[in-house]
Design a protein. Structure first.
Length: 96
């Protein structure tokens, strides 16, 4: 059995998000695999370089988000299942 030490509890929750990899890049739409107060795990079709700063918007049923949240990609790994193929990415939120 392995134990992961985390600052914030991870909640397995699928949410629609938009992410933007750079100032001049367009937004991509995808979903989260899990979330916490410190970051989230999300799916992407292409590999995102570890260390990249990206911005995400998390959509909730109650209302649309007002702004992008900044984060840093801290890990990435290949992912595939019966419905999709791509990458899972771990994003750590940056404090403003």
């Amino acid at each position: 059995m392995t134990y992961e030490h985390r600052r914030h509890e991870r909640i397995k929750e699928t949410k629609a998000i938009q992410y933007r990899k750079g100032l001049f890049s367009g937004s991509e739409q995808t979903v989260t695999m899990d979330m916490s107060l410190g970051g989230l795990c999300f799916f992407s079709k292409e590999k995102i370089k570890i260390g990249n700063l990206i911005k995400v918007r998390v959509f909730d049923d109650r209302k649309s988000p007002e702004k992008f949240i900044k984060g840093r990609v801290v890990w990435t790994k290949e992912y595939s299942d019966a419905a999709s193929k791509g990458y899972l990415n771990g994003l750590s939120f940056l404090r403003s």
